[in-house]
Design a protein around this ligand. Structure first.
Ligand code: FAD
Length: 425
């Protein structure tokens, strides 16, 4: 099995960008060339704020170019759980933000004519256990009662109207979620940043941030430095030590994905009948969708693996895919890859500005394909002092996670616990 993303193999033209060299000045220097950083740059450049994006590798080489491309409403936790924890008003605002994020992406794709196979056909959240369907029913009632948001519940007997599978015990469907080709969206966003006058450097890692005064910051790279008025760190799970407070506030968790060979069109229409995004309610969840070129893209939970057991992880994932879709038992797997998903301790994204002036947004917990573009826009507005101060995701008083290093190891161990919970729930 090869470690190559389907998205890289089917990408639109990915023009190579120069390495940052020498001293330059700009208004805002943005660290990280994924959805978040590029969205910040895009929204600033539209207001003629001069931005420079520093990307350590290539545009979209982090999670943004290697995710499942499921652009989903909501968060990793249910809205009921969020309302219990943060109150109804804050949760309502958070829910609306998740819908706004997809509207925003759709608008950018239209405006910038980004070819990224964006299909807004909704999401199917499948119940792994009968008891999970009861939970989905409660969430459906809650969403309707509190926000007037309609979703549909499918009984187990109705599942074949949606998927060619008897694996699940029913599902909840929303019609607002979407799928896209994530790398092509990311590349399109990068092209749009440049169209509006922004500069993007690749293979240009930010190695040091030095704050000189409240409106002067210097970001050093290996070959030069940028002098700017403001700086933002948008590196999510791909953090390095360049900003310790941010690094210690996000826990990276491995996720793995496979894509099959191209499948007959008729088979695809059977597998996921309405071309929706799909995932399930397991703690160690599966997520799956079809690609525009008729492959099954199937993802699951990985763990930091040695090369020796990476092969086993993908074999297990393929076996899982066949459990869900027996019709794929002879389908060849042509692409396998992995990436890092960023979690905060609260498992909701964080946005804000630290005391040292650094802006940030990260920790989307597997829901960043949607939320990162919106949070990027909100960061841009904050930089322009036009943001909403009542943002329920604001964590400007960010506290590093205690025993952060142990949390990453702990999560590896937690996976065995989650597996056990999936077994007994
Ligand atoms: C396998 C996988 C599947 C996923 N599936 C889904 C999904 O289906 N739906 C969903 O909503 N979300 C999904 N996600 C999560 C989603 O991809 C992320 O939330 C989102 O892409 C985060 O975007 P970002 O721009 O914040 O971070 P990233 O895209 O990770 O970008 C960060 C960038 O910062 C760069 N960087 C790091 N340090 C430096 C430095 N010092 N200097 C310069 N650059 C630096 C990195 O090279 C990287 O390119 C998935 C993630 C993975 C890994």
């Amino acid at each position: 099995m090869i470690n190559k993303t389907l998205w890289g193999a089917t990408a639109n033209e990915h023009k190579r960008r120069p390495v940052q060299q020498g001293e330059e000045t700009c208004d805002v220097v943005i660290i990280g060339g994924g959805f978040t950083g590029l969205s910040v740059a895009y929204h600033l450049q539209q207001r003629n704020v001069k931005t420079i994006v520093l990307e350590a590798n290539t545009v979209g080489s982090g999670a943004s170019g290697r995710n499942g491309g499921e652009v989903l409403i909501g968060y990793v936790k249910t809205m009921q759980a969020l309302a219990e924890k943060y109150g109804n008003d804050a949760a309502g605002q958070m829910f609306q933000m998740s819908i706004d994020s997809i509207d925003l992406i759709e608008g950018i794709i239209d405006q910038e004519e980004i070819q990224c196979d964006f299909f807004r056909n909704g999401n199917l959240l499948a119940a792994y256990k009968p008891s999970h369907l009861d939970g989905l029913r409660r969430e459906q009632e809650f969403l309707y009662k509190e926000y007037g948001f309609e979703t549909k519940i499918l009984e187990r007997s109705e599942m074949r109207t949606e998927v060619d599978s008897d694996f699940y015990h029913g599902a909840q469907i929303d019609e607002k979620s979407a799928i896209f080709h994530p790398l092509n969206y990311c590349l399109g966003l990068a092209n749009a940043v440049e169209k509006y006058g922004g500069t993007i450097y690749e293979h240009s890692e930010a190695i040091r941030i030095k704050r000189e005064s409240h409106d002067k910051v210097i970001v050093e790279t290996n070959n030069g430095r940028i002098v700017a008025k403001q700086v933002g760190m948008f590196v999510n799970a791909y953090t390095t030590g360049v900003h310790k407070q941010i690094q210690k506030s996000v826990v990276p968790v491995e996720s793995i994905v496979l894509a099959t060979e191209q499948l007959p069109e008729d088979l695809c229409k059977q597998l996921i009948k309405h071309n929706r995004a799909a995932s399930d309610t397991k703690n160690l969840l599966y997520y799956f969708r079809l690609s525009a070129d008729n492959r099954m893209v199937f993802g699951g939970s990985g763990r930091t693996a040695t090369k020796r057991d990476a092969r086993m992880l993908f074999e297990n994932l393929q076996a899982g895919m066949v459990d869900v879709f027996p019709a794929l038992k002879d389908a060849k797997v042509e692409y396998t890859w992995s990436g890092k998903v960023g979690f905060t301790i609260e498992r909701i994204p964080y946005i804000g500005q630290l005391e040292d002036g650094t802006h940030f947004a990260f920790g989307y917990a597997g829901h960043g394909a949607a939320m990162s573009t919106l949070l990027g826009k909100i960061v841009a507005l904050n930089m322009l002092n036009e943001g909403d101060i009542n943002n329920p995701l604001d964590r400007s008083n960010l506290k590093p996670i205690p025993f952060h290093r142990m949390n990453a190891t702990g999560l590896g161990i937690m996976k065995y616990y989650f597996k056990f919970l999936d077994y007994i729930s």
